[in-house]
Design a protein around this ligand. Structure first.
Ligand SMILES: [Zn+2]
Ligand SMILES: [Zn+2]
Length: 276
């Protein structure tokens, strides 16, 4: 296991994991790089009044979980010799661009993952009941997903695009053949490559009996063949036991696609680790 550059702590709404126990596990695995990337769903950002006007930092005057995550990870970086990366998983940046612009200009962050969990006017892909959806609706969700991904890549102010094909994690047997979207995926990759940005191999799909990463080798190879240089690997762990899970296989997929090194970011600059 070389790196795990996508993990969550209790400062994400869907995790109870204490930062200290996550650190202990990351250290015990001997990871060369470990990133904490708590959720920041731009479209769900609450106004300052939600926090009773509490001012948590000079940078943001609201957003308590975000501030607590950045503060906790900054403190761990200061007091521990492990290669800890202070990241964030920025969801739906284009749906609240003012919030996204603040995040990408926060100088405390080493690393910004960009995600699309939820289309405008829809629930998170996690919550949609696909077995009750007609195929037209499924196709429309997929098409809108890839169109918004393309627009995110055109904006491109993040470092790494997280878990491309996220919806497949939940759509499973109801999913269409996504090869019909290969052209817009390639266009999205070209936008990233032109801006020296990368994609992630998210290994969460290898857990619980799953067999596929997000995205699969086919798309990692497409990214490489188009000239992509920056490939990151992350487990998307929300518990200490899942840290590093599948990341060795993720590195093998990167190698099979033609990459010789993995990438993470420190101070928003690429940082490389050789695969072999
Ligand atoms: Zn995510
Ligand atoms: Zn995540």
């Amino acid at each position: 296991m070389l790196m795990d550059c996508h993990t969550h702590t209790k400062f994400s709404f869907d995790s109870d994991a204490g930062p200290a126990e996550m650190l202990d596990k990351a250290k015990s695995l001997g990871l060369a790089a470990w990133a904490v990337t708590d959720h920041c769903e731009c479209n769900c950002w609450y106004p300052r009044e939600h926090y009773s006007g509490e001012v948590l930092s000079d940078h943001f005057d609201f957003g308590s979980d975000y501030e607590r995550s950045v503060a906790a990870v900054t403190e761990m970086k200061r007091s521990d010799d492990m290669n800890i990366i202070c990241g964030i998983e920025m969801g739906q940046p284009l749906q609240a661009l003012d919030i996204a612009e603040k995040i990408v200009s926060d100088s405390r962050l080493d690393f910004v993952l960009a995600s699309l969990h939820q289309l405008s006017g829809e629930e998170d892909f996690y919550f949609i009941k696909y077995s009750e959806c007609a195929s037209d609706r499924i196709n429309s969700l997929c098409e809108r997903y890839f169109r918004e991904i393309y627009e995110m890549c055109r904006w491109g102010k993040f470092d790494i695009l997280a878990h491309l094909t996220y919806f497949l994690r939940y759509m499973r047997e109801n999913a269409p053949d996504i090869s019909r979207y290969d052209d817009i995926i390639a266009e999205s990759f070209r936008e990233l490559i032109a801006k020296d940005k990368g994609i992630e191999i998210n290994t969460s799909g290898l857990r619980n009996g799953g067999s596929e990463t997000f995205p699969t080798l086919k798309y990692v190879k497409l990214f490489r063949d188009l000239g992509g240089e920056l490939i990151s690997v992350g487990s998307d762990a929300h518990t200490p036991q899942d840290i590093g899970s599948g990341t060795a296989q993720g590195a093998e997929i990167a190698a099979a696609a033609g990459f010789t090194r993995l990438c993470c970011f420190k101070k928003r600059k690429p940082y490389f680790i050789n695969i072999y």
